[in-house]
Ligand binder design. Structure first.
Ligand code: ADP
Ligand code: ADP
Length: 229
C-alpha cells in the first residue's frame, strides 16, 4: 500500500527575476516500511523533495499524497498538523539541547506527543540505553546523531525523513548511524527516506532514487533486502 504517491510533482523557486526549477516532474510511489535512499549531486533537488514530503515546503504543481491526504492542497496549518502527527526529521546537525541529558532531550518530544514511547525505549532502539544520562558534550558525534534519531522516532511517526544524517561524520561512524536507522525500520516499520553520500548504503536500501537536475534519472530496486530480513 502506498504511503506516498507523487504525480508530476514540480517545484520552482522564484527570487526576484530568477527562477530555479528544483523539481521537474517527479512521479513515484513509496510503500509502507520501505527504506529509500536519495543520491545525486548537490543542487539536484533531493532536499527540496524531502522538505515537500515533510510538509516543510509546498510544491509548485503536481500532486503528492500521504495515503489519502493530498499534501499539495493543505495550507500552513494543515501542513503543521501533518508534520507533527506523522513525520520525524533527522538533519545533518543534531540540534540537541546542550544543558539536557540524552534522556531529557528525547523527553522534550515525548511530553508533547499523543502516543509516544518512553525516552529510554526510544534510546534503546538506537543502542544508547547505556548513555541516557550523558550530556551531548559527553557523547561522540555519532552518538549525538543517534540521540537525534531517538528523538525523531519517539512520537512513533509513520515517516522518517533524514537529510544527510551522516554528513558531519566520518564514514565508519556514518555507517553506524545508518545501521541505527535500519534497526529502527526493522523494529518499527517506519517508512524511511535518507539523503546520504555514504558509500555502501545502496545495498541496504529497498530502493535508490538517483537525482539529476530535478529529476529521478534512475531507480534501483533491491529485492534481496526484504527477502533477507
Ligand atoms: P545541500 O546541497 O546539502 O542539500 P543546499 O546548499 O542545497 O544544501 O541547501 C542548504 C539550505 O539552503 C537548504 O535549506 C536550502 O533550502 C537553502 N538553499 C539552497 N539554495 C538556495 C538558494 N539559491 N537560495 C536560498 N536558499 C537556498
Ligand atoms: P540537493 O538537496 O540535491 O543538494 P536542493 O533541493 O537543495 O538540492 O536544491 C535544488 C535546487 O534548488 C538548487 O539549484 C538550489 O540552489 C535551489 N534551491 C533550494 N532551496 C532554495 C530556496 N529556498 N530558494 C531558492 N532556491 C533554492
Amino acid at each position: 500500500t502506498g504511503v506516498f504517491t507523487a504525480r508530476d510533482l514540480t517545484k520552482v523557486y522564484r527570487t526576484g527575476e530568477v527562477e530555479v526549477r528544483a523539481l521537474r516532474g517527479l512521479t513515484f510511489e513509496i510503500t509502507a516500511g520501505e527504506v529509500v535512499v536519495l543520491l545525486g549531486p548537490s543542487g539536484s533537488g533531493k532536499s527540496t523533495l524531502l522538505n515537500i514530503m515533510g510538509g516543510l515546503d509546498q510544491a509548485t504543481s503536481g500532486r503528492l499524497f500521504f495515503k489519502d491526504l493530498d499534501l499539495t492542497t493543505l495550507d500552513d496549518r494543515g501542513l503543521t498538523a501533518y508534520r507533527r502527527r506523522h513525520v520525524g526529521f533527522v538533519f545533518q546537525f543534531y540540534n540537541l539541547v546542550p544543558s539536557l541529558t540524552a534522556y531529557e532531550n528525547v523527553a522534550l518530544v515525548t511530553e508533547i506527543s499523543e502516543n509516544p514511547m518512553r525516552p529510554d525505549e526510544a534510546l534503546a532502539l538506537v543502542g544508547l540505553e547505556a548513555r541516557m544520562d550523558h550530556f551531548p558534550a559527553q557523547l561522540s558525534g555519532g552518538e549525538q546523531q543517534r540521540v537525534a534519531i531517538a528523538r525523531a522516532i519517539a512520537k512513533r511517526p509513520e515517516v522518517l525523513l533524514c537529510d544527510e544524517p551522516t554528513g558531519a561524520l566520518d564514514s565508519k561512524t556514518g555507517i553506524r548511524v545508518i545501521e541505527a536507522l535500519l534497526g529502527v525500520n526493522a523494529q518499527l516499520g517506519t517508512t524511511t527516506l535518507i539523503i546520504t553520500h555514504n558509500a555502501g548504503i545502496q545495498e541496504v536500501a529497498d530502493r535508490v532514487f538517483f537525482f539529476a537536475d530535478g529529476r529521478i534519472s534512475q531507480e534501483i530496486r533491491n529485492e534481496m533486502r526484504r527477502a533477507a530480513a
